[in-house]
Ligand binder design. Structure first.
Ligand code: ADP
Length: 247
């Protein structure tokens, strides 16, 4: 696979359609995301947010349209090439953490490098570094059942970061957490973004979304509104009423 120049864009979707049988989960989505952006994706349940994130993360192939990640044209790639692309460029965080119960925090994070071809010792070293980065240097040998929800999500974020991805994709990362733990996870995502990581986060939390520099609102498988890169932030109440008004 050969990367093309990206013009500062890490991601481009063009006219992306994803159909599941008769259901048009995505119905012509075009979106550009630049290096270093922090983007909230909002919209009602079933509007296509997760499908779009899975297509961006190359977990799902579109039915039609083009997807370009860090200059790589995903459409022409084989499944093996896509696995490598994911290992190089994509970090995924999910609402329910998806950690292995029988493994320590360090082992869970080191697993994020399994496809990167690094030695066991190097994987371990980098996992410890990543856990320190997310504030869990004191929980290296803890297993998931010994960690709080917020800590589990930090482990999942460390696992997503350990391969130094170009883009971090988070699907409702605060959805299973109490308010305080959710706010701490958001603060961590902001901090990582300030350090240069591009972050795309799906959220139902309108206050959270309103505090982020760019918001993309989905509806019926399409981008209904994109505040754009110069969108600034809007008060949560205004965003909530705009979404209610559109619903
Ligand atoms: P959101 O994340 O906004 O809740 P989704 O992307 O999960 O929305 O879903 C968009 C639409 O696609 C919904 O109608 C959903 O039922 C449908 N859908 C999503 N994934 C699948 C699938 N694997 N098989 C069939 N339909 C799906």
């Amino acid at each position: 696979m050969s990367a093309q120049p990206t013009d500062g864009r890490v991601l481009a979707l063009r006219d992306v359609v994803k159909a599941y049988g008769d259901v048009g989960a995505l119905r012509g989505v075009s979106l550009d995301i630049g290096a270093g952006e922090l983007v909230a994706v909002v919209g009602p349940s079933g509007s296509g947010k997760s499908t779009m994130l899975n297509v961006i993360g190359t977990l799902d192939r579109p039915t039609s349209g083009t997807v370009t990640i860090a200059g790589n044209d995903v459409d022409t790639m084989t499944d093996d090439e896509l696995s490598l692309l994911r290992a190089d460029h994509i970090g995924f965080v999910f609402q329910h953490f998806h950690l292995q119960d029988g493994a320590t925090a360090t082992e869970n994070v080191a697993d994020g490098l399994l496809y990167a071809g690094t030695s066991r010792r190097e994987r371990h070293r980098r996992a410890v570094d990543a856990l320190r980065r997310v504030g869990l240097g004191h929980r290296l040998d803890h297993r998931p059942n010994q960690l709080s929800g917020g800590e589990k999500q930090r482990v999942a974020i460390a696992r997503a970061l350990v391969g130094e991805p170009t883009i971090l994709l988070a699907d409702e990362p605060t959805g299973a957490l109490d308010t305080a733990s959710g706010a701490a996870i958001l603060a961590l995502l902001r901090e990582l973004n300030a350090g240069g990581t591009t972050v795309v986060v799906i959220t139902h939390d309108l206050e959270l979304a309103a505090s982020l520099p760019r918001r993309v609102r989905m509806r019926d498988g399409q981008v209904q509104h994109d505040s754009g890169t110069d969108g600034g932030t809007v008060p949560a109440a205004a965003l909530a009423s705009a979404i209610r008004g559109a619903a």
